[in-house]
Design a binder for this molecule. Sequence first.
Ligand code: SAH
Length: 233
Amino acid sequence: MTFAATILTLYPEMFPGPLRLSLAGRALEEQKWSLDTIQIRDFATDKHSNVDGTPAGGGAGMVLKVDVLAGAVDHAKRMQPKAPILAMTPRGKPISQARIRELSEGPGVTILCGRFEGFDERIFEGREIEEVSVGDIVLSGGEPAALMILDACIRLLPGVMGAASSGTEESFEEGLLEYPQYTRPQEWEGRTIPEVLRSGDHAKIAAWRKSMSEDHTRLRRPDLWDRHNGDRD
Ligand code: SAH
């Protein structure tokens, strides 16, 4: 089954963008995923093709019109009735690797990209849409956020990554950050690769990696560390 990605955007030219290259690009050629873009402007209802309006109550910027958004969302729903619809917004639920994994195991994803000041609130009341954020930063549009989410999903699709295990041994999959990695040369500017990694003792190496993962998570991401420990209770 092909993972179907549908992007609702005012800038369809931004896709597949960087996903044309490397792992995702090859997978696209091999039809492991498909990409459709929907131009939101095609659903404008007035003769000037307006997609935005001034904010009710005043203030800076422009707001995407709810009737135009609904037209685009409904069209996407008809094309991919089973795919969840995600809207990119800084006030959404922060995306997690667990949600990415769920999405990658489903039929695909439809992503609504905002611009300007964002969406008329009523679109979230009138349609079933999951509000998703890619972090506590403000982008100028949802497109780079959509590319991030697609990239993360695509690498998990069956047959896309080389070693099957590399998907599960990475940061976040176990609720921890990854252990440090090294490769040749053995010595660089006086710094050597930790001796244990050259010992050939697989149990010892695994124990070292686990303890490094735990230390890094505890020190760098106390939020993840608390959740990791909470999960085991
Ligand atoms: N006025 C809005 C910001 C709009 S930024 C606010 O203060 O919340 C314009 C568009 O960029 C948004 O509609 C959204 O689609 C996208 N965007 C910006 N930051 C984002 C983030 N952290 N995660 C996901 N999408 C984001």
